[in-house]
Design a protein around this ligand. Sequence first.
Ligand SMILES: O=C(O)CCC(=O)C(=O)O
Length: 296
Amino acid sequence: MFLFLLACSLTTSEFNYWEEQRGQFEELGYLWIKGFYSPEQVMLLRAWSDKIAESSNALLSMSRATEISLNTLQQTIPGSLIVVPEAKDPQKVCRAEDLLTCYPELHSFVYGTLTSYLSYLFGEPYVLFKDKINFKWPGGGAFPPHQDFPAFEFFGPKEHITAMVCIDEATIENGCLQIAHHWKDIESIEKNVIQQGAYVLPYVVGGPSHGTIQKEICDQIIWLPILAKPGDVVFFNSYVPHYSETNQSHSPRRAMFFTHNRLRDGEYKTAYYRSKRNDPENPMFHFGTPTKARNK
Ligand SMILES: O=C(O)CCC(=O)C(=O)O
């Protein structure tokens, strides 16, 4: 019904635009929209990223000064950021999460842009599932090839769409996102079918590579480097394999990630972050990431 009402109010060229975008997403599992945000909106995103970095570093310093672990601080300070250090350098913040609880204006901004865009694109309401910023400071860790779904499967929805928002220009040198292109053509692999057209590839369970897709499979995938510019947005579903290399440059490569699911599949953001704050070392929260967990 939503789609029908929407279609009635569109011009032909608008209708064609949405059809084309939807077709691309359905065919490839991702959609790269260049210049999604205006230069003014990019300035705002940069300002939020700077503030979040400052608050994340303040939490790390507080943890050092008080000798209260970061995990305990995040359980003790309601509404604080969830800050996850790099496994190889615990003084560096790999990512900060639950941003939208701490920054209500950022929440409105994301809802009015990305969430609305997805709802238009698919003709039904979408809601946020989780949100984060990956800082990828110079020397910052690589994310091994993984699919996101197995990290989310303990909550209800069987499909998620993440919007990656590029904050700093992404290059090969600074470890841009690399996304699997036409990966469904790979033959004769063992697949765990979740639903029609959606399957999980075999991956390493436990240990430092928890969540990494097996190497023989990665070698068959054609990877597309996403050389995104600030303000570009890449939507991708939770089954598309992706990875990124270490940042070999001298500047950060920051990107925000806003994961959504269809409203009709339920709202899980509060439950997701309650679980994460209560059990931050659970490997499911460190799937295919350069961060530390139990048994990882
Ligand atoms: O930030 C990146 O380059 C990779 C992000 C990613 O795959 C993740 O956070 O799961």
